[in-house]
Design a protein around this ligand. Structure first.
Ligand SMILES: Cc1cc2nc3c(=O)[nH]c(=O)nc-3n(C[C@H](O)[C@H](O)[C@H](O)COP(=O)(O)O)c2cc1C
Length: 382
């Protein structure tokens, strides 16, 4: 990726990187994860807490290539119900000086159906390869509603000690206040996911972030939880992903609503709409948003007394950053932008760094063990 970055336009290099991961032309992380990195999340053990955030593999084309790189968790999407092209290019901009990115993709997505077909095909191939189950047997089982991975006791990631997340978005033309698109996503794709994510925080779909408003947010989560509860066992965990640009009061309301609605956790956070005024519109990601995301995560952790599982995301570029999120209350973390800049070794680099930093401690010893950082995040962004 660092090489790709110098030769082509950002969106073209993104596509090429997905294509390489899809055909598994990228490196493989063959070193087993150190036991001190393992963590239990949503009732399951993952061998390391470093995840790839949504938006890199929007259409679930490169799942296995991405797991090969050593992530403990891979999140695909956001996926919209119907296919849609997203915003017109250019819509991805690099800010090389601070290793950050602005994107206004606007949910370019192949849609639920195409992604379901792709995930089903991945399952069939896996069972044929690993279990010698004939394709027609697997097809019949799937048609009858039998979840193969569950029948045979493997995660939907189809990898031991790793989880697959599917992030759900909304079509551009859908009613901004409606939760139907998420319900459709839960029903269509829930059987393929270990974790489902309700994305109410991307800044590039008109009205979407308004779903974080008090009142509407709790209704949305309750409907989503009850649709998830209608799925067959074992049901995927259901999370909501929020923006970093929320006031203390809004964060407290979000924390309370998340607890009342019984969601399993919150991803903090998506891209930010704050930036120096000279920069383009869209969502900002990378190191400049870290303090904003951390502040939001800390606030939610304190408000919920650690009762809610939190996944930290925003500007993670090193093992130190990952650990800062754990101390603030994150059970695991995700990254995207630093992977885009530094390439395929990013998960391994952070895991090795963590093993050194942790010394004789474990990752799980660090969760919620941080000191307060009262710096005003706006000072750091501008
Ligand atoms: C190009 C790009 C596309 C993204 N697309 C999505 C998306 O479709 N859904 C989503 O929930 N987050 C999306 N994100 C947000 C990331 O998942 C992540 O929350 C954010 O970038 C902060 O993490 P980072 O600083 O490590 O990149 C996108 C980010 C980038 C840079």
């Amino acid at each position: 990726m660092p090489i790709l970055r110098t030769v082509v336009d950002p969106e073209e290099s993104h596509k090429l990187a997905v294509w390489m991961a899809k055909w598994r032309l990228t490196a493989k992380d063959r070193v087993p994860d150190d036991e001190k990195l393992s963590v239990r999340i949503f009732g399951r053990k993952i061998t390391n807490p470093i995840g790839l955030a949504a938006g890199f593999d929007k259409n679930g084309e490169a799942i296995d290539g991405l797991f090969d790189l050593g992530f403990g968790y891979v999140e695909i999407g956001s996926v919209t119900p119907e296919p849609q092209p997203g915003n017109p290019p250019p819509r991805l901009f690099r800010l090389n000086n601070d290793k950050s990115v602005i994107n206004r993709y606007g949910f370019n997505s192949h849609g639920h159906k195409a992604i379901e077909v792709r995930l089903r095909d991945r399952l069939r191939k896996y069972f044929y390869r690993e279990m010698k189950l004939h394709p027609t047997t697997t097809a019949t089982m799937i048609a009858e509603g039998t979840s193969l991975s569950d029948a045979l006791g493997v995660n939907r990631s189809l990898r031991e000690g790793k989880l697959l997340g599917i992030n759900l978005g909304k079509n551009k033309w859908s009613d901004p206040e409606s939760v139907d698109d998420y319900v459709k996503g839960i029903r269509t794709l829930g059987g393929y996911a270990d974790v489902l994510i309700i994305n109410v925080s991307s800044p590039n779909t008109p009205g979407l972030r308004g779903l974080q408003r008090k009142g509407i947010f709790e209704r949305l989560l309750k409907e989503a939880v009850s649709s998830r509860d209608e799925l067959k066992e074992p049901r995927p965990a259901l999370l909501v992903k929020i923006a970093p640009d929320l006031s203390d009061e809004e964060l407290e309301d979000i924390a309370d609503a998340a607890v009342h609605s019984n969601v399993d956790g919150v991803i903090v956070s998506n891209t930010s709409i704050s930036r120096p005024s000279s920069l383009k519109s869209g969502g900002l990601s990378g190191p400049p948003i870290k303090s904003l995301s951390l502040r939001a995560l800390r606030k939610i952790y304190q408000r919920t007394n650690g009762k809610l599982t939190l996944i930290g995301c925003g500007g993670i570029d090193s093992a130190e950053d990952a650990l800062e999120y754990a101390k603030a209350g994150a059970t695991s973390v995700q990254l995207y932008t630093s992977f885009g800049y530094d390439g395929v070794g990013k998960a391994r680099e952070i895991k090795d760094g963590l093993v050194k930093l942790l010394k004789d401690k474990k990752w799980t010893d660090m969760i919620g063990k941080g000191e307060m950082d009262n710096t005003n995040p706006e000072d750091k962004i501008n």
